[in-house]
Design a protein around this ligand. Structure first.
Ligand SMILES: [Fe+2]
Length: 462
C-alpha cells in the first residue's frame, strides 16, 4: 500500500501520542490499588471474624465457671450486707475475686446506686456491644479488650438487696497482633502481583492506543504488535482489519481526488496552448531534483503530485486574466497571485494531501522573502516548494509564451544562476543548473545571435 498520502506527525502530536501510550498503564495501577485494598480488607475482616469466634468460645468456657463464682459470692455476701457488716462483705468479695483471674466486680442496688459505697472494684460502666453468649453469660467490649460479664442477685434474709456484677477480661488470641501486619503484606503482595499480571496482559493496549490516535488524525497505516492476553491480541487484530479497510477506502478516495485535480489542472493548461504540458514538464524537472537529493519513494511521489498540481489554484482565476496575451496589469497580477493560496485550500481539503498543498502554496515564494503569497524566506519555504519554484521558472523561460519566444536553455540557466540567493535557493539553483548542463540534450549556446532575448520579461513565471 502506498504511503504517499500519509499525514505528517507534528511534534506536539507525537507528545500527545506518547502521553496516550501511558494511559493504559492506569488500568494496571487502578487494578493493583483495588486488589491491594480488597485483599488487605478481606484479610483484616477475616481476622476480626476469627477473633470474634475465639472470644465467643472463651466466653462459653469461662462463663459457666464465672456464673458459679457469682452464685457463691452472692450467697456469701448477702447476709453481711443485710446485717450492715460491710467490711465482712467486702473481705469475702475480695478474697473470692482473687481466685478468679483478671476479674473485677461491683454491686448495684435496685436504683442502680452502689450497694456498698467505696467498694468493691469496677466502674460499673455498660460494656459496648454487650450480648448474651449463653444463659446468664454476657460478652462486651471495653476499649480494645473483650470482657465477660455475669450477674447474680444478692438477697438478704427476706428481700432482694441488689445485683452482683462480675467481669473478667478475656485474653486476645496470640495471633491477634499479627492480623494488621498480615493484612498489610497481603495487600502489598496482591497489589504487586495484580500490577504485574495486568501489565503483561494489557501490554498490547499502549501501542494500540497510539495507533487509534494516528487513525483519528487520518493515518491508517500504523500498526500495533499483537501482544498481551488473548482478548487484547484479538482486539489488536480486529482493529488492524478495520484500519486496513478504512485505509484502502481512503486511499481510493484520495487517488480519485488527486486524479480529478490533475485532470482539472490539465484542462486549465489546455485553455492556453502556450502553457499546455507545463505542469508535466515541471514535474519531470522537480522529480529529477528529488532523485538527486535522495528523496525516498514516498517523498518523491509527494513531490511528483505536488508539482503536477502546483498551479491547480488557477481554477479560481478568471479566464480573461488567465488567458490574457501579453503582460498583466497590476490588478490582474493581484488576481493571478491568489492562485497559490487557492491551490492550498483545494489540496488541504483532504488531510493526506497536506504536503502537496504546501507545494502549491509556496511555489511562488522567493528565497529573499519577496515572493508571495506569504513572503516567507529561506528555509521557511518548504524544500519541495523551492524545488518546484526553480522547475516552474525554468520551464516558463525555455517555452514559448504569448508575450515572449522560447529562450535557449543556457540562457535560462544563466538567469537561474543570476537569481540564486534572491529568487531561488542558491544551493538548489546550483544543483539544478549543474543537473541540466550535465543532462541529456544539453547544448551550449551556439552563438550570441542565436539567442533571442525575451521581448519583455514577465513579472513572474506564473
Ligand atoms: Fe504558479
Amino acid at each position: 500500500m502506498s504511503t504517499a498520502f500519509r499525514p505528517k506527525i507534528e511534534p506536539a502530536e507525537q507528545e500527545r501520542s506518547f502521553r496516550s501510550f501511558l494511559k493504559p498503564r492506569g488500568i494496571a495501577f487502578k487494578g493493583a490499588l483495588f486488589a491491594g485494598v480488597l485483599a488487605g480488607g478481606l484479610t483484616w475482616g477475616g481476622g476480626q471474624y476469627l477473633m470474634k469466634v475465639d472470644f465467643e468460645g472463651q466466653a462459653k468456657e469461662s462463663g459457666i465457671a464465672l456464673l458459679a463464682h457469682a452464685e457463691v459470692i452472692a450467697k456469701e455476701i448477702g447476709n453481711p450486707i443485710d446485717s450492715g457488716d460491710s467490711k465482712k462483705a467486702m473481705d469475702v468479695l475480695h478474697k473470692r475475686l482473687r481466685a478468679i483471674p483478671h476479674a473485677t466486680a461491683f454491686l448495684l442496688d435496685a436504683a442502680g446506686e452502689p450497694l456498698l459505697p467505696g467498694a468493691p472494684e469496677g466502674d460499673g460502666k455498660t460494656l459496648a456491644g454487650l450480648h448474651e453468649v449463653i444463659d446468664g453469660v454476657l460478652l462486651g467490649g471495653q476499649g480494645q479488650a473483650k470482657v465477660l460479664e455475669v450477674r447474680h442477685e444478692v438477697r438478704g434474709r427476706l428481700l432482694s438487696l441488689g445485683t452482683l456484677y462480675i467481669r473478667q477480661d478475656l485474653p486476645a488470641p496470640i495471633w491477634a497482633g499479627g492480623i494488621v501486619v498480615l493484612a498489610q503484606w497481603t495487600s502489598i503482595i496482591s497489589a504487586v502481583l495484580t500490577f504485574l499480571f495486568l501489565s503483561v496482559s494489557i501490554r498490547g493496549l499502549g501501542r494500540l492506543h497510539w495507533v487509534l490516535d494516528r487513525a483519528g488524525a487520518g493515518d491508517f497505516y500504523e500498526r500495533a504488535p499483537a501482544v498481551g492476553c488473548f482478548e487484547i491480541r484479538e482486539l489488536v487484530k480486529k482493529t488492524h482489519d478495520v484500519l486496513q479497510r478504512v485505509g484502502a477506502s481512503q486511499e481510493v478516495a484520495q487517488k480519485v481526488y488527486v486524479e480529478t485535480a490533475i485532470a482539472l489542472s490539465k484542462t486549465i493548461e489546455a485553455k492556453d496552448r502556450y502553457t499546455s504540458g507545463h505542469s508535466q514538464r515541471v514535474t519531470v524537472y522537480a522529480v529529477e531534483m528529488g532523485e538527486i537529493l535522495n528523496f525516498d519513494e514516498d517523498r518523491l511521489e509527494t513531490l511528483r503530485l505536488g508539482a503536477l498540481l502546483h498551479d491547480i489554484g488557477k481554477v479560481a482565476v478568471p479566464d480573461d486574466v488567465l488567458l490574457k496575451p501579453g503582460a498583466l496589469t497590476d490588478d490582474e497580477f493581484v488576481t493571478m497571485k491568489r492562485h497559490p493560496m487557492a491551490g492550498d485550500r483545494i489540496l488541504s481539503a483532504i488531510p493526506g494531501l497536506r504536503d502537496m498543498a504546501d507545494i502549491a502554496r509556496s511555489h511562488h515564494e522567493k528565497w529573499d522573502g519577496t515572493g508571495y503569497p506569504l513572503g516567507v524566506a529561506g528555509d521557511s519555504i518548504p524544500l519541495e516548494g523551492r524545488i518546484v519554484a526553480i522547475a516552474d521558472a525554468y520551464d516558463a523561460l525555455i517555452t514559448k509564451r504569448s508575450y515572449k519566444p522560447a529562450m535557449a536553455i543556457e540562457k535560462a540557466l544563466n538567469i537561474i544562476e543570476a537569481d540564486a540567493g534572491t529568487h531561488f535557493d542558491p544551493q538548489l539553483a546550483s544543483l539544478f543548473v549543474a543537473m541540466k548542463r550535465n543532462g541529456k540534450g544539453y547544448k551550449p549556446l551556439p552563438s550570441a545571435k542565436a539567442v533571442e532575448a525575451p521581448r519583455k520579461r514577465p513579472k513572474e513565471a506564473l
